[in-house]
Write a protein that binds this ligand. Sequence first.
Ligand SMILES: [Fe+2]
Length: 232
Amino acid sequence: MKQQRRDFLKAAALGVPALSLGSIACAKKTPPPQKSAPPAGGSQPAAAAALPEPPPPPASQPSHWDAVAYNLQRGANGAIPESYMKKIQAADGIQKHLGKHLPYRPQTISAAVPAGFLPVMWGDPAKGFAMHPNAGKSEKNPEGHWYNWIKVAIDGKPDTEIVTKFDNWPQTSSAVNGKLVDAEGKEITAERSKQTVYLAELPKGLSGEVRLRVWAHCLTHGEYLDFLTVTV
Ligand SMILES: [Fe+2]
């Protein structure tokens, strides 16, 4: 509860639309909008279609940016499935669940990164976050567990946004622009799933140090957003 109160105060400091602590803790009583197609043969609950989309992300990084507070607030507003919000709000939920979905650029990567692409991983261990695992499609989870899109824009210039799509894990098809590599240049396997590096297209014409808005969607756990400074 102390963690929730701290995060609520952070959200308030950000100036994002206020929710009561109780409303964050309980989230919504109805499921959030589904972000991807339901499994074959499945049907989408009628109530989900009536729910509003989460608010659009800020074009520019707000002052006093706090990625955890921002994503906690936006998650409660529909960007993160309600069932997962409960895990995020539990003890250690920020480190084990929310932080696990925040993007970061790995310090070192031995795999080849094509020019014009940004290597992205999720859950920076340097910040105490759990690393995000990935999984292919299975009977238990027909969609699989990976990020199916990443949108990268220059901070303050949303028109520069480039969308990179991923249609499978551990390998994408030639139908999409997203590519996956292993952080150490090894084969991507279930055991090494946390070493998967997503290669996202950068806005055109970048050089030197730049601040980017990185907005992405995990098929299983919803949308997350952060601002990163990178040198390209
Ligand atoms: Fe996830």
